[in-house]
Ligand binder design. Structure first.
Ligand SMILES: [Zn+2]
Length: 201
């Protein structure tokens, strides 16, 4: 068996480090930027984007709070969740993939909330999220796929799922939006979980 094991390890190393432990789950929740910059080099990430900040709040600190609340809510309801950081070697299979981000803008307050999704994701899925969130978010809805980074988000390539979406919950660099978002991070996670659970029924 030693020779066979050696080949297996060689193959795993060749495709990107440690042997993969890909998950087959209901939902993959990714916290944007979490784990960087340490995760970039081992995962061959060249554009090691650390996320937005406003001097006192950092996107990289907020996204895990939202992601953990969404994950806990979904797991409590009996759903299988793979909770992922920014960079990881596994390729998961899921029914829904959601990436969690907050936007930064210059000039401040020129942005707001937005969503990104690949062409394979049904628009009705994205529209359902907008229906859930936009009435609650008292600032600007910037739109869908407002940048190539949203439509062609690298995380979309790391999961096989019929429904994939990146959510920018608001603009962290806008003081009014940050003040609204800051005490609501867990609520945003629970809202995201409720939305996902409704889509899974
Ligand atoms: Zn981000």
């Amino acid at each position: 068996m030693r020779a066979v094991w050696g080949i297996a390890v060689a193959v795993a190393v060749a495709i990107g480090g440690a042997p993969a432990a890909a998950a087959t789950v209901d939902v993959v929740i990714q916290a944007g930027h979490q784990g960087r910059p340490a995760s970039c080099a081992p995962n061959h990430v060249h554009a090691c984007n650390m996320g937005a900040s406003n001097g006192s709040d950092r996107e990289i600190a907020w996204t895990p709070i939202v992601a953990d609340a969404a994950t806990a809510t979904l797991r409590a309801a009996g759903y299988r969740v793979a909770r992922r950081p920014a960079d990881y070697p596994e390729r998961d299979t899921a029914r829904i993939y959601i990436a969690i981000h907050f936007d930064g803008a210059d000039p401040a307050c020129s942005s707001g909330t937005s969503v990104g999704f690949p062409a394979t994701t049904p628009h009705a899925f994205v529209a359902s999220w907008e229906h859930a969130y936009l009435p609650r978010f008292p600032f600007r809805f910037v739109g869908e796929n407002i940048s190539t980074n949203e439509e062609h988000y690298y995380g979309f390539r790391k999961v096989d799922a019929p429904k994939k979406m990146l959510v920018e919950y608001g603009e962290i660099t806008c003081p009014a939006q940050a003040a609204w978002l800051r005490p609501r991070l867990r609520d945003l996670g629970r809202l995201t979980a409720t939305f996902a659970a409704e889509q899974l029924r």
